[in-house]
Design a protein around this ligand. Sequence first.
Ligand code: AMP
Length: 668
Amino acid sequence: MDIDDASHEGKGEETKAKRIVVILVGAPGSGKSTFGEQVMRSSTRPWVRICQDTIGGGKSGTKAQCLKSAASALKDGKSVFIDRCNLDREQRAEFVKLGGPNVDVHGVVLDLPAKLCISRSVKRTGHEGNLQGGKAAAVVNRMLQKKELPKLSEGFTRITVCQSESDVEASLNTYSALGPLDTLPNGYFGQKNPDAKIQLGIMKFLKKAEVPAANAVSEAKSIQSSFSPQSIKEMDSSSNGPVNVSSFPENAGDITRLYSGGGLSCNVIANAANWRLKPGGGGVNAAIFNAGGPALEVATKEQAKSLQPGRAVVVPLPSNSPLFSREGITHVIHVLGPNMNPQRPNCLDNDYITGCKVLRDTYTSLFEGFASVARSQEKLAKGSNENHGPNPSELQDHTEGVNMKHSPNNDQKSKREGDHDNDRSKKCKGSQDEVGADIHGSRTGKLEKNNDKIDGSMTKIWGSWAQTLYHIAMHPERHMDVVLEISDNVVVLNDLYPKAKRHLLVLARYEGLDCLADVRKEHLHLLRAMHDVGLRLAEKFLQEDASLIFRLGYHSAPSMRQLHLHVISQDFDSKHLKNKKHWNSFNTAFFFDSVDAIEEVSSNGKATPRDDDESQLSIELRCHRCRSAHPNIPRLKSHISNCRAPFPPALLQSGRLVLAPCNADVGP
Ligand code: AMP
């Protein structure tokens, strides 16, 4: 490019003029265009502003177009403002090459606080590059992360760094005063700390300036043991806006394909949600809701309908969400950062102090939600190891009741013995944590974190895979395809994986009653109602087939959340009965007869599971009638299909067995 031709063409005074290329460097909203325009208005030197946002005939164009246009302006003897962000060395390199013996290359860096750039970008309308409103903040933050201050060694003859509006003013005056023949001294001006790589991003700024933010970070560190140190590190060092979902973990790229795309097992993802907790927008929120499918929408609605800035809500992912089944994500934490868009509620209106507080709250809420899930999963893993030391991958595996099409952690599925192996490993005994709660939010009918004390009646942690019965009980109208009966107290349905010819579940329609251990005296009427419904249905079946015998009862440590009564025929003639744990869960002390539960709650105020430590599940296989031992399930099944021995006396007492009046041969 022979730009220097202009100096040989003999155009009077101007031929002696050194032209200048001023490469403006700064984030959107830093004032580059204003700078160029103001200089051009007052300067006697001929200037051209070359703006990439408008170079394509008023529309956004390419870098090549900018270069071409700059070269031609220089050739015409004009000085040039290169008005694009030019934040990194690579972006600047080709413009620097426009310099030569008669063309000086200057850098003017508008290194203003991010908050100022953001608030200007958010508020402006009719911006040339259409960067305004809600999306502007994210873009500014993202761009600032890439920023590399220019160095003279890149080929600049002069660099001026403006870090405040008064610096900008001074620089404006300098350039505005430049006559056609004037030159400016070479060198590096204005940068207070030339070694500073970039201006601090918002997060880094907060970490430095705000002690509570450091607390939030240290809290994140405290949960490192439960989560990958890498993911915590990524969160910790994120400087990309309130919740930079894409920053953890960057190495996996698309947050909705962490496992399938990046091979990364990740349980929890954060979503920079909108205040209505709805799908939409063009960014991460849309991508996560898309990937989570309708199940994520429904699950989100169940937790909260909207979110205030600074708040987070933890949403356990239902097993039918592709994010769960494909990626192994068990929870999505929706968070809402500070809002700078005047069209949305709680706009900050330039209040930076409140903005910092809201941002700090946002991270704290996110980390608290994260920590709650971490604690739950830690307990879950611990509980599992104590019980039968499963491979942690089994935590993702589930009973047959969950439709696990292709879980990344599901390699063991085909090998598993059967659902109770897995059921028992997913459960966690101990205190309930606040998973599912709106952190800091008001009570949602679910659990809430309150000064580290968990206020709630539930006593176990349930993975999202174990919530199906709960959802059916709470919203039977959404499950009319499977529901047989609904009343005020109960919902009845067929067990999806019946372990006998007839196998029903009677679900309690009460929030907070996950299992028998949660039942208290005030629930006695409910236990009775459940029993009565079970009895009525068993009797109905007996009318159809008098040879059936029923038993009604609860599993001492159920695998599925929501108090449910099993109504099961004693033939155990089912292809779904596959293993020792299936058998023993219905034929040992692990099975708590409904009549006994009613009796215990009525006299002791609660039903104490006799043996919920699962030792019962692994004892030898014995016929429930004659008590003969059998080496494996096929042999046991073959035996019970013919065994007509009387039932043990204990079962014949107190109405534990329900049989047709004509069925007399069951006793001794
Ligand atoms: P438990 O929680 O151990 O008392 O047993 C849970 C029962 O729920 C098992 O018998 C499963 O076969 C059954 N089950 C699992 N998923 C479903 C479902 N989606 N619908 C109906 N029954 C289910």
